[in-house]
Design a protein around this ligand. Structure first.
Ligand code: SAM
Length: 322
């Protein structure tokens, strides 16, 4: 477990907000502050002080040393950079909505993935950002405004109550699903990790049962959210993510929904960040092909634990290849 603890000192990831600036300009800004630009590397090891590098897998993402505090940095205050862990940059990048498209961000607040979608769309088209929590949705409005997003409509309410056949959403092709989860992958603060360790070692039978029940309830909700997204008539690319490391909220949810759809299947590995090596847990499936289409991240990859799956619609003139 000492490796796990060491890995918790995560680098400072910086997502460049391409609605306001460019990767080149941000790098130049940090170089003027004495940061040295290093080559991107696939597997991070020790990151020396005052270095900056582009991420190997995701565009518009920069890596600075752990503990770099940028909360007072001018580029952060102006909304030109967004402080966002690498793992949480996978979903919008994988969704990759086209210019002028219509998009739903179903569980959107506080909106880091919404502003990422908006940047990928270059502020064109339209994003409906739903959230059940009014306060968090207010924060989304504030943060996406700071980021210069102009194509977002924040809507208070449950995504499960949204009518998929409503004319307004008839052209929605992309849906991002980032529902509430156990958060068991989030370990970017040492104190939190120590808590998690203590809880695990102290766990009595009762707390094990309540943990199981909690995961069961969450996974039922997550399943419902995905099945609801499948009902949108023009949806062609649906990305599901959690910051959980539990198979119950990840592979097992995917397995259940796949059994209930004829119209959606998982996108192939080559369409889902093929250069990323850590894929789904294969022992959760009966075949060899499914798990490689899924993405997992762990703290030992120098980021939070995350899970991402990408569904695509089986096109009508294409025979369904399993
Ligand atoms: N996508 C967000 C981001 O990147 O900033 C984080 C989303 S957080 C993991 C999950 C969110 O789902 C919470 O804000 C919660 O209020 C919201 N939520 C829970 N149930 C919901 C529902 N039925 N409909 C819409 N939002 C819901």
């Amino acid at each position: 477990s000492s490796d796990y603890r060491n890995a918790v000192v995560l680098p400072r990831y910086v997502r460049v907000n391409t609605l306001k600036t460019t990767v080149k300009k941000v790098i130049e800004h940090f170089q003027l502050e004495g940061y040295v630009l290093e080559e991107s590397i696939k597997v991070l090891s020790d990151i020396s002080t005052r270095t900056i590098r582009k991420d190997f897998h995701l565009p518009d993402l920069l890596i600075l040393p752990p503990k770099t505090d940028l909360h007072d940095h001018p580029l952060y205050l102006s909304g030109e950079i967004i402080l966002q862990d690498k793992a949480s940059c996978f979903p919008a990048y994988i969704c990759s909505p086209q210019i002028d498209s219509h998009v739903i961000d179903a569980c959107a607040a506080p909106g880091n993935k919404t502003s990422h979608l908006s940047a990928i769309m270059k502020n064109t088209g339209k994003i409906w950002a739903f959230d059940l929590d009014k306060k968090r949705l207010k924060l989304l409005e504030k943060l996406t405004q700071k980021a210069g997003c102009k194509n977002i409509e924040a809507v208070h309410g449950s995504f499960l109550d949204v009518d998929p056949l409503d004319e307004r959403y008839s052209k929605v092709e992309y849906i991002l699903l980032d529902p509430s989860c156990s958060g068991s992958g989030i370990v970017n603060r040492l104190d939190k990790l120590v808590d998690a360790f203590e809880q695990e070692t102290d766990q009595s039978d009762t707390s094990q049962n309540s943990q199981d029940l909690r995961l069961k309830n969450l996974s039922e909700f997550q399943e419902k959210i995905i099945l609801h997204a499948f009902k949108f008539p023009s949806a062609k690319r649906i990305v599901y993510s959690t910051c959980s490391i539990h198979p119950q909220e990840n592979e097992q949810v995917i397995q259940r929904v796949l059994k209930q759809t004829e119209t959606f299947l998982l996108a192939n590995r080559n369409d889902v960040v093929p250069t990323w090596d850590r894929r789904g847990i294969s022992s959760e499936f009966n075949d060899e092909e499914t798990a490689v289409k899924l993405i997992r991240t762990l703290p030992e990859d120098f980021m939070n634990g995350f899970f991402v799956a990408c569904f695509i619609r089986v096109s009508e003139n294409e025979t369904r290849k399993k």
